[in-house]
Design a protein around this ligand. Structure first.
Ligand code: GDP
Ligand code: IMO
Ligand code: MG
Length: 437
């Protein structure tokens, strides 16, 4: 058996959580492999909306085991809040959630450092989610980090205090006053107290050597789906650096984030919106600053699942999509939020960029350069997709829109999402056969 992967092909928030939940019944295990509580994955069913940050999106399916892999970073306080919310909704996460001992811990001081780094950057700030992501991955690579497994060993308190002191001295040297900074509305001491209590509560879960677990389950013939967070254009290596997150969000990240060899990666499911959004700073060639952008935001309810910030909205960007299809080796393609475009008479799709007087279909090294997107018009369907049950029911213009994209990317769209609910997902026959739907 191999590990299939679902990941975002744009700047995050493509709708990965929804698709993982929809496909979860076809899998035995859902595993997160990177990122942390910067992620916000929304799942809607039975009129209820759930947002997950650290916990894999298979948690709502009773027969699915969920794994937080070694590549993920965990804030116990945020994790505990997620657990409490699940319990309120009568979901028992204690039964089917396992945590890698090698997953790194986000300390309260990592969050302070994140805030300080952003302050220090001023107008050039990344627009981070302020969850401590950058500083935690920095400590991981600089070999200072603390892992979940350390908590089971003697001397954790000493290690925690040493790292906290190191962070505090860094903050002091930065000369930034952190006394006013609130973490989830709490001052530092109150937050740290709850963080430590939440860490104790994590003992109710099984900490595992997840690389052994995943490989053993593969040998036993179990079906595993890896759930990506963020999007390929936020990848630390290939995203619009430095306006990126601090992990490898592309399919290659599955190997290091779960401990599987490259020949054990199976199907790669790429999720993209029928338009583009981005939250935080950084280049966004097709961004709209007009009423059409506002319409996308309102109709698409484009407000961050983690921070509530309004998402920047713009037209679909084919050069960017082709880039991320290439990086990920996508085998199956899912287009999200087609319903959001139903109010447009005419749609625009960016098919190339103009830089000075030359036309490019590849992303330049410096995405912040003077770059003018070149658009082609495509007729909108200007009608509701409410009654659509199959690809055959699509309005002709939507089928043409799909064909237009497919012609440019040389790949078929296998599924189209037409609303936030679990049930509002339309598959073609190939896709159904591949995923036993
Ligand atoms: P993720 O981070 O990739 O899991 O995506 P988010 O959950 O952050 O953002 C996607 C948003 O779009 C959520 O509010 C979903 O409920 C919503 N959504 C997902 N698919 C569709 C769709 O096809 N149509 C509409 N209108 N909303 C959708
Ligand atoms: P999901 O999994 C959208 C963005 C932040 C910021 C940049 C760096 O829900 O798709 P970080 O906190 O990681 O240091 O922020 O990345 N970002 C996301 N944008 N969706 C996400 O996750 C994101 N996670 C981080 O807004 O611009
Ligand atoms: Mg999200």
């Amino acid at each position: 058996m191999k590990v299939d992967v679902i990941l975002g092909l744009q700047w995050g928030d493509e709708g990965k959580g929804k698709i993982v939940d929809v496909l979860a019944p076809a899998y035995d295990i859902i595993a997160r492999f990177q990122g942390g509580p910067n992620a916000g994955h929304t799942i809607e069913f039975n009129g209820q909306k759930h947002v997950l940050h650290t916990i894999p999106s298979g948690i709502f399916r009773h027969n699915t085991q969920n794994v937080i892999g070694n590549g993920v970073i965990i804030d116990p306080y945020i994790f505990q809040k997620e657990i409490d919310k699940l319990l309120e909704s009568n979901i028992n996460p204690y039964e089917n959630l396992l945590i890698s001992r090698k997953a790194h811990l986000i300390l309260p001081t990592h969050r302070l450092l994140d805030a300080c780094n952003e302050k220090a950057k001023g107008a050039n700030k990344i627009g981070s989610t302020l969850k401590g992501i950058g500083p935690t991955y920095t400590d991981k690579t600089s070999r200072n980090g603390l892992r979940i497994g350390d908590f089971e060993l003697e001397g954790f308190e000493i290690k925690y205090n040493n790292l906290k002191l190191l962070h505090q001295s860094t903050i002091e040297k930065m000369g930034i006053d952190v006394s006013e900074i609130l973490l989830d509305g709490l001052d530092f001491d109150a937050y740290e107290k709850r963080w430590l209590e939440s860490l104790q509560l994590m003992k109710r879960f099984s900490f595992i050597n997840s690389e052994y677990f995943i490989n053993e389950q593969l040998l036993k013939g179990k079906r595993i789906l890896a759930e990506g967070a963020q999007g390929s254009l936020l990848d630390i290596d290939f995203g619009s650096y430095p306006f990126v997150t601090s992990s490898n969000t592309i399919s290659a990240g599955v190997c290091t984030g779960l401990g599987i060899p490259p020949n054990k990666v199976g199907r790669v499911l790429g999720v993209f919106k029928a338009y583009c959004t981005r939250v935080g700073s950084g280049p966004f060639p097709t961004e709209l600053h007009d009423s059409e952008g506002n319409l996308l935001r309102e109709k698409g309810r484009e407000f961050g699942s983690t921070t509530g910030r309004p998402r920047r909205c713009g037209w679909l960007d084919i050069p960017a999509l082709k880039y991320t299809l290439m990086l990920n080796g996508v085998t199956d393609l899912i287009m999200m939020k087609a319903d959001v475009l139903e109010k447009f008479e005419t749609l625009k799709v960016c098919t190339s960029y103009k830089i000075q007087n030359d036309t490019y279909t590849e992303l330049p090294f410096d995405m912040n350069c003077e770059l003018t997107p070149q658009y082609e018009d495509v007729a909108g369907w200007n009608s509701s997709l409410g009654d659509v049950q199959s690809f055959q029911d699509f309005p002709e213009e939507l089928s043409e829109f799909n064909k237009f994209i497919e012609k440019h990317i040389q790949m078929q769209i296998g599924a189209v999402s037409i609303g936030p609910d679990r049930t509002q997902t339309i598959f073609n026959e190939n896709f159904k056969a591949n995923f036993r739907l």
